[in-house]
Design a protein. Structure first.
Length: 349
């Protein structure tokens, strides 16, 4: 799609400005320097409330709703949200990347927003590997052979799984909270009491009462998670409501409950994904260029960087973002998140 010439001029100057900022901050260290990267103070978040365009496309089992920004022929970047959030986690990230010349795609996961199953008969499955299968189908539908993949929460796990299962489709990755591939067997092992306490909602969802409670109070539940996970983020009602509307998806409860029950081994996954889960259960290292990130005020359960540094065998750096940044790092520190994507794009392969 063609653009007016003033858009090209704006993109040129914005790219130059972002490049200067990167030079001032210093490019991230590469392999073997995961824990030596300096902390970065988050810049002020932008004020966007909507995306340049919203679209739908049939991909695999789904009719996927997604936002798109930037030139159609730009290097593709796919941004993946988590639970209980939605594509608006990237509402300020997308225009930064678009101005730098990237084609930005932000899909609603299964069970969120305008994404719908094509068949009423499809199992509402939330197991780990199925989201990577969805992402692969999304890329195929858009004829994207390779993309930078970036995400947080569920989105970071999806990025990790795609990088393990189909590394040839991943140019590079930005993963908030690091390496998040899990296994049912590992999740059966008890944690110390304080760690278990952080997963209270996982055990709540394991019960029929929890499923009924989440269905009855979906928005209230999501707001509580937002507050606990980002205790220093002073988001307003309008910001929350824009994302909470995506949780009204008719499959949201089924997908969320399935996801957390599968993690604990309380339900089985679909047999057609057994081979993929067997690969993921080995928790193999990720070789594509990667930047992992963490906010200094993340109130959600998350591993320490030292625990996963060795899981990234290719060009790699870790960044701590300071300034009271919580779990929803892309929305709380969009400039820092966008900068990580542009920087990892320049890592050696």
């Amino acid at each position: 799609m063609s653009e007016p010439i003033n858009q090209h001029r704006r993109r040129f100057f914005n790219t130059a400005a972002l490049g200067l900022a990167a030079a001032q901050m210093g490019l991230a260290s590469h392999a073997g320097a995961a824990l030596s990267s300096p902390a970065q103070t988050a810049r002020k978040a932008g004020g966007h409330t909507s995306f340049a365009s919203l679209k739908q496309i049939r991909a695999g089992l789904l009719d996927v709703g997604y936002a798109e920004d930037g030139p159609a022929d730009g290097p593709p970047v796919i941004l993946l949200h988590g639970w209980p959030y939605d594509i608006h986690s990237f509402v300020d990230v997308a225009p930064i990347l678009a101005a730098a010349g990237y084609r930005v795609l932000v899909p609603h996961l299964r069970g969120y927003g305008t994404t719908r199953f094509l068949s009423e008969n499809t199992l509402r499955n939330g197991q780990q590997s199925v989201f990577a299968v969805d992402l692969l189908a999304f890329m195929d539908a858009l004829h994207i052979q390779k993309a930078i993949i970036a995400g947080f929460d569920w989105g970071a796990r999806i990025a990790n799984t795609l990088a393990v299962l189909w590394p040839e489709r991943c140019k590079a990755m930005v993963s908030v909270s690091g390496y998040l591939i899990g296994t049912q067997e590992a999740n059966r092992k008890p944690l110390p009491p304080k760690a278990e306490l952080q997963w209270w909602y996982q055990y709540y969802f394991a019960t029929e009462r929890g499923e009924a409670g989440y269905r009855a109070y979906t928005h209230d539940f999501a707001r509580l998670i937002w507050e606990l996970a980002s205790p220093k983020w002073a988001f307003d009602d309008a910001t929350f409501n824009r994302s909470a509307a995506s949780l009204d998806n008719p499959d949201q409860v089924a997908i969320a409950i399935s996801n957390y029950r599968w993690r604990l081994g309380l339900i089985e996954g679909e047999a057609k994904y057994d081979r993929l889960e067997a690969v993921l259960a080995q928790r193999p290292a990720i070789a594509i260029p990667t930047i992992t990130m963490e906010g200094d005020a993340n109130g959600a359960p998350h591993p320490e960087p030292a625990a996963y540094a060795a899981k990234f065998s290719g060009p790699y750096a870790h960044r701590l973002i300071t300034g009271g940044i919580g779990h929803n790092l892309p929305q709380e520190a969009p400039a820092a998140f966008a900068q990580a994507i542009m920087d990892v794009d320049r890592f050696p392969v």
